[in-house]
Write a protein that binds this ligand. Sequence first.
Ligand SMILES: Cc1cc2nc3c(=O)[nH]c(=O)nc-3n(C[C@H](O)[C@H](O)[C@H](O)COP(=O)(O)OP(=O)(O)OC[C@H]3O[C@@H](n4cnc5c(N)ncnc54)[C@H](O)[C@@H]3O)c2cc1C
Ligand code: FES
Length: 258
Amino acid sequence: MNDHTMRTALNYPVARDTYKLVLKGAREFAAEAEAGCFAHIRIPRVLARRPISIADADPTDGTLTLIYAVKGEGTRAMSELLVGQEVLALGPLGKGFPVKDYAGKTVWLLGGGLGVAPLLFTARKLYESGASVRAYIGFKNSHYVYGTAELGRYADVRSYTDDGSFGIAGFAVKGMLGDLAAARPHAVFACGPKPMYQALAAGMPQSIPCYISLEERMGCGLGACLGCACEIRGEDGGVHIKRVCADGPVFSLREVVL
Ligand SMILES: Cc1cc2nc3c(=O)[nH]c(=O)nc-3n(C[C@H](O)[C@H](O)[C@H](O)COP(=O)(O)OP(=O)(O)OC[C@H]3O[C@@H](n4cnc5c(N)ncnc54)[C@H](O)[C@@H]3O)c2cc1C
Ligand code: FES
């Protein structure tokens, strides 16, 4: 893990308030990147770094792909990056999804909103490991939908929107839990908002391992400042503080205090 100087190759909107940023000069970063890990990005004129998940990484052409929503100062500045402009990317950081443990097995992915971004890379890595992948993805409405074609190369995709303006009406988590009556995966990998994880925790049989990716505001990104603390239930039944950046962002659903 290093701080890599990269240059903007592409930066364009893929959905409402949502952009795809492709950085080049990322050969070393891409070679080390694992599904569910992130890059801590330093944008020109913005002091603090912003953590963004790896949506794809290709060591052959040295590109790193990020998909981000414009929320505040940092991501607004990111959306204004021009082709050729330099950014610093610290990483790859964090512990991602246990892709290797499920090589050749059946994995269901569950994604909500911006949480679909890391699942694009995860689906590719699972597919390349010989896993059979099904993806349940949900968005607010059709204006926010992205990534379905990319995901479709590696997974059987079921899309949902809250209002039914694209795909099936309703929540992806509900659809996935409903399908458990007919089929069972070896594991579920999820990334999305807290209510999605709460629904997953309430409806998922204990016998199916579930891994979720947590989001917290971050400082150093390296495990040193405790700015990204989260509560994890230990084997002793007690609640312990862990760091999303270094101990996660991926944790087992059963150990996270939601
Ligand atoms: C491990 C990790 C991976 C992430 N991956 C992605 C990704 O792939 N795509 C993406 O769009 N975003 C991702 N995020 C969230 C992203 O880092 C924040 O949206 C971004 O830092 C906001 O910066 P800003 O300067 O635009 O907004 P700020 O001005 O800093 O904040 C704007 C608003 O967003 C809220 N906010 C800021 N950071 C977070 C956070 N981490 N969690 C929840 N709310 C936050 C603030 O409270 C505020 O309301 C990820 C976060 C983490 C921790
Ligand atoms: S951001 Fe500093 S410990 Fe995680």
